[in-house]
Design a protein around this ligand. Sequence first.
Ligand code: NAG
Ligand code: NAG
Ligand code: NAG
Ligand code: NAG
Ligand code: NAG
Ligand code: NAG
Ligand code: NAG
Ligand code: NAG
Ligand code: NAG
Ligand code: NAG
Ligand code: NAG
Ligand code: NAG
Length: 835
Amino acid sequence: MISSRNFLSGFLKSLVIIFVLFGSGFCLETDTINAGVVLKDSDTIVSSREIFTLGFFSPNGTTRRYLGIWYHVSKDTVAWVANRDRPLNDSSGSFSISADGNIVIMNGNKEIIWSSNVTSNSTTSGRNTTAQLLDSGNLVLRDIAGGPNLWESHWYPTNTFLPSMRIFHNTRTGQRVSINSWKSPQDPDYGNYSSGLYVVGIPQIYIWYNDRPIWRSGPWNGRVLTGVTSMYSVYVDGFSVATEDDGTVVFTRAFRQKALMTNYINTEGVLVEAAWDEQKKDWSPTWQAPIDDCDFYNNCGPFGICYANDRPKCSCLKGYEPKNKEEWDRGNWSGGCVKRTPLQCDRDNNATDKHKMDKFSKIALVKVPDFMQWTTGIETECEGMCLRNCSCIAYAYELGIGCMFWSGSLTDIQKFSRDAGSEFFVRVAYSELDEKKDKKVIIIACVVASSVAMCICLFLSWRWMSKRRGQPVTLEYEGGDVGQLDSSETVLRNAMDKVNIEELPLYSFEMVENATNNFDMANKLGMGGFGPVFKGKLANGKEIAVKRLSTESGQGLEEFMNEVVVISKLQHRNLVRLLGCCVEKGEKMLVYEYMQNRSLDVFLFDRSQNILDWRKRFNIIEGIGRGLLYLHRDSRLRIIHRDLKPSNILLDEDWYPKISDFGMARIFGGNQNQADTGRVVGTYGYMAPEYAMGGRFSEKSDVFSFGVLVLEIISGRKNTSFYNDELSLGLLGYSWKLWNEYNTLDMIDQRISSPSSEAEIMRCIHIGLLCVQEFPVNRPSISTVLSMLSSEIFDLPVPEHPGFTDRWNRSYVGSSSSKTSESANQVTVTALEGR
Ligand SMILES: *[C@@H]1O[C@H](CO)[C@@H](O)[C@H](O)[C@H]1NC(C)=O
Ligand SMILES: *[C@@H]1O[C@H](CO)[C@@H](O)[C@H](O)[C@H]1NC(C)=O
Ligand SMILES: *[C@@H]1O[C@H](CO)[C@@H](O)[C@H](O)[C@H]1NC(C)=O
Ligand SMILES: *[C@@H]1O[C@H](CO)[C@@H](O)[C@H](O)[C@H]1NC(C)=O
Ligand SMILES: *[C@@H]1O[C@H](CO)[C@@H](O)[C@H](O)[C@H]1NC(C)=O
Ligand SMILES: *[C@@H]1O[C@H](CO)[C@@H](O)[C@H](O)[C@H]1NC(C)=O
Ligand SMILES: *[C@@H]1O[C@H](CO)[C@@H](O)[C@H](O)[C@H]1NC(C)=O
Ligand SMILES: *[C@@H]1O[C@H](CO)[C@@H](O)[C@H](O)[C@H]1NC(C)=O
Ligand SMILES: *[C@@H]1O[C@H](CO)[C@@H](O)[C@H](O)[C@H]1NC(C)=O
Ligand SMILES: *[C@@H]1O[C@H](CO)[C@@H](O)[C@H](O)[C@H]1NC(C)=O
Ligand SMILES: *[C@@H]1O[C@H](CO)[C@@H](O)[C@H](O)[C@H]1NC(C)=O
Ligand SMILES: *[C@@H]1O[C@H](CO)[C@@H](O)[C@H](O)[C@H]1NC(C)=O
């Protein structure tokens, strides 16, 4: 049955070829049509590298005929249609170059139903032209005598945006070229959705339903579209927005990937990017927009902000409240929000608080609203510019754009959880931000003031104090023994000055002592970076972990202070949370939330534990990645952890990982990218080579440790557990060896072997190997790692040699005291050569 069908199709194919070769005198191989040649309905031409095919087609399930260009690998993926609104009713149509030099489609009665419409030039009537299908999917019409192309199909895109197509908006003439969806999958006629560039000052990409926007990319900052998360993580390349002399702003894209890519707007108004999967013989989507509710234009109404991770997703900007509370609570956000307190400019001239300046409330990672105005400017100027202009209600700064300002309404604001967007500043009345302190003042005023003068006096002194930022208010409040602090505690106080200690609750020594049952050894959880960790239970039943600085040794103070400074400023679900501290009676202790399920090493390396299945492990890998991303990129500070290892990964009751132990973390300044240290601290086995050997650390040294962690999580083995087997290769050498032997499956922990997730596990091993590459520049950044984990980045680069294995191997070869046999040694050497 099968073979006869194969035979039949083979026979038909050869018939077609024979027919094409001899029947019409027209060769399949060609990509060119010359004057005088007529292509019949069944004929096709193919671009020179067989990427695109031109010919007549019928959409799935119809009989109407259209002339189109489709991907050679996939006949159903039509990238361009000529006569999209004038189909042929039967297969009697033909395609040729007419006497006037135009490309034309004629029906059976030789009537022209479609033409490239190049106006004939009086001086050269009766042109001799030729049409060629290029590998870019572009059909071009040229004069044989030379000169610029007379006509290109790329000038008239249909629903697919091909590389080298120009999507543009001429800001002077208003002319735009966009892509436009098909009416339905069966009908290539003009649909209601389109997507293209629209420029009001700053270029943005939109999707429209008729003329109403339904999605917006956020402004182009010269490098990426700031509202498109994936652009921040993919190796962005090939996107370009250029302004030409005549005011035309042009968006182009060149795909640098090896895989065949397509980018089109489907009949539901979704912009899809897909890559051709040679194995599956099908397209697999690599990106699309909109995906979630928050992507939809103005989903939360004016002055509303949409955050997909919030429930409900919509909230009002600071200083604004729902316009219609009832509708809003019901989930009808279309009404948006309105201002709660008048801004300074709007207040009555005789209002008592007229002089109080408005403030700005900052929101990070925001797709900034539509309809911005902008000026070039530096970051520090934007705030003042906005403050001075009464109609300015918000501003943002973006490198590559300058200052952006908004007036009137704030439309279509979206918050991201990572990577994309800008810092966005909303103007609010002073009272909106000062609410808490203001109440305090009022209370003080009421209690203390018997006279107005007294009140003013108090107020002024409070103002003066609050100006002196960073006062350790609570410590002073501690009372009389400030003077008795010993020198180390003075250092500590200085460190505390850097911390906003008002936000860090103090626990009394009795409370902690009580909670841990007087630091009972039975409650000891282990040793942290600078001292023992105890489990405790507060009077209210809340469980805590207490890390106590060892008092005897006199060491660890630096780590302790470092931890306070670093972690008190951080808040992320993948970082352990500091609840407070206790500085009393010469004791220094930090109080953390208690983690139900201890640390990762317990479950990973104890072979009797069989609780971490692959799903959990993958979530742990991803969670650590997110925590690290927050440290490196998302928090206001840039922090290098420097001591990432399984025992510093705590697990909560849902097995979500939390990074802990910031005793060695370093805060990096604005433009600092790496630092050198004389004192190398960290744990051997997790330290990147450039750090362990040269004391040079950067974000990429954390990525290295992360890579070791990933490989350990997958293999369930510590680096050191390789000491006596596997040719003493160590985990990295062992993984590298298996990788080069195409044997990586062998390293997967027996406890998680599940064929269904094999591909994902292999991908993670690949990513792990990318992270542990010897040279920091080769290692991906943690945000790229996350995109790789989520498969946003489709093609993974081939890893280079991991750190340590090579060096180790050389010293191994030179060592005569090697325990393994010579032959085994040979195997190692060749295996480690790499590919
Ligand atoms: C063609 O249409 C049929 C029925 O509508 C559908 O089952 C099939 O998947 C379609 N084929 C393609 C390639 O879209
Ligand atoms: C196809 O048929 C319809 C109705 O029969 C007619 O209106 C239309 O002109 C025909 N199209 C062509 C290209 O002949
Ligand atoms: C060519 O011009 C004719 C007449 O002006 C018009 O009806 C037709 O739509 C044009 N075709 C194209 C492809 O622009
Ligand atoms: C017509 O031909 C002349 C000479 O080749 C050229 O300069 C001119 O641009 C052409 N006009 C059009 C509309 O193609
Ligand atoms: C067009 O050019 C080709 C090749 O130069 C030539 O063979 C052909 O006769 C020309 N046709 C006309 C109509 O000039
Ligand atoms: C396109 O929009 C028009 C006007 O809103 C509507 O009448 C028509 O049904 C829509 N067409 C499709 C295919 O959705
Ligand atoms: C949503 O609220 C607006 C007023 O804010 C109202 O006009 C509209 O009808 C409501 N829509 C629905 C679906 O309830
Ligand atoms: C503000 O003061 C002026 C003169 O002092 C007075 O005429 C005006 O009514 C006052 N406005 C309000 C809103 O109290
Ligand atoms: C104030 O802002 C508005 C809107 O942003 C702008 O049109 C106007 O030119 C600005 N005025 C000044 C003096 O900058
Ligand atoms: C300590 O615990 C005892 C009883 O367990 C209780 O009476 C006392 O108030 C607690 N002290 C503090 C400071 O919580
Ligand atoms: C991990 O946490 C879960 C949920 O709290 C708990 O049931 C389980 O016993 C914990 N496992 C261990 C080993 O502590
Ligand atoms: C892993 O262990 C091996 C052998 O114990 C050691 O030589 C190697 O340096 C370790 N790897 C790392 C990354 O420290």
